[in-house]
Design a protein around this ligand. Structure first.
Ligand SMILES: NC(=O)c1ccc[n+]([C@@H]2O[C@H](COP(=O)([O-])OP(=O)(O)OC[C@H]3O[C@@H](n4cnc5c(N)ncnc54)[C@H](OP(=O)(O)O)[C@@H]3O)[C@@H](O)[C@H]2O)c1
Length: 243
């Protein structure tokens, strides 16, 4: 895919690569969009709703290189419409970042059913719907990645807490393993990314990492896995996370 830069900054030369990034209005998604834009990638990134976001500012800065699309991943007809609008495009990377958290101290049994459904549908069901719908927009040997969490690790869950959120990311991991099993032998790297505990609206102010400590490493790790087919559950530094 060809790349056009705004030309207003000194940037690394364009790598001519492209990403479709789902959920980039703020937080880690916005930082990913910025990181790939700086590296000269063509970035198609999504928001939901019609309000102005940080992504709109980024798209103004990188006019023509960062394009904004819209999708609420919990609305299948919006996913289908996005697929229709992008049907003529191909991407080197599909990254599904969108996710939500709930009250961290509620046990699963205390969680209102509606809230349980919201978190599970957003974090576990919807990313797989996005991947199934948009996979044909990804180059045959391109990467499909989704933002998981270290909290999705069943093996590492010795401290408890964040029960529903943990469950949603563990479910996401399991669904990706099923997806990977159905696609075994294909050249695509599939990545479940644990970005670390990062200071965002979701991560909160006490998180260990700043966005700049996580996201450049996430991008480097994805790049390092570019030629590694099959499923990888890794953290931002490229370390394998136990299932
Ligand atoms: N921060 C951390 O410590 C941490 C750690 C591990 C994993 N993660 C994961 O990293 C991802 C991003 O987290 P963050 O910390 O950047 O959170 P954040 O600041 O709350 O941002 C969440 C992003 O997801 C989007 N989103 C939520 N629901 C959506 C939906 N139904 N459809 C489309 N977009 C939706 C939001 O869009 P709106 O602006 O429209 O709400 C926003 O762009 C999540 O999957 C999260 O679980 C974060």
């Amino acid at each position: 895919m060809s790349t056009t830069n705004s030309g207003s900054r000194s940037e690394p030369p364009s790598l001519g690569r492209s990403v479709l990034l789902i959920g980039a209005s703020r937080g880690l998604g916005l930082a990913l969009a910025r990181e790939w834009a700086r590296a000269g990638w063509q970035v198609v990134a999504t928001v939901r709703g019609s309000g102005r976001t940080g992504l709109h500012e980024l798209a103004d800065t990188y006019a023509g290189q960062v394009e904004i699309e819209t999708v609420d991943i919990t609305e299948p007809e919006q996913i289908a419409a996005l697929n229709g609008r992008l049907a003529h495009r191909m991407f080197d990377l599909l990254f599904v970042n969108a996710g939500v958290a709930d009250q961290p101290d509620d046990t699963v049994a205390q969680t209102p059913t509606e809230e349980f459904v919201r978190v599970m549908v957003t974090n576990a069901l919807s990313p797989l719907r996005v991947i199934e719908a948009l996979q044909d927009l990804v180059e045959p040997a391109g990467t499909i990645a989704v933002m998981s969490s270290g909290q999705g690790s069943v093996a590492n869950n010795e401290s408890g807490g964040h029960e529903v959120y943990r469950g949603s990311k563990a479910a996401l991991n399991t669904f990706m393993r099923s997806y990977a099993a159905r696609h075994s032998g294909e050249p695509r790297p599939l990545v479940l990314m644990a970005p670390g505990w990062v200071r965002t609206d979701l991560g909160g102010p006490d998180a260990l990492l700043g966005i700049d400590e996580s996201i450049p490493n996430v991008v480097r790790t994805l790049d390092a896995l570019r030629s590694s087919p099959g499923l990888h559950y890794v953290d931002y530094l490229g370390r394998t996370v136990p299932w």
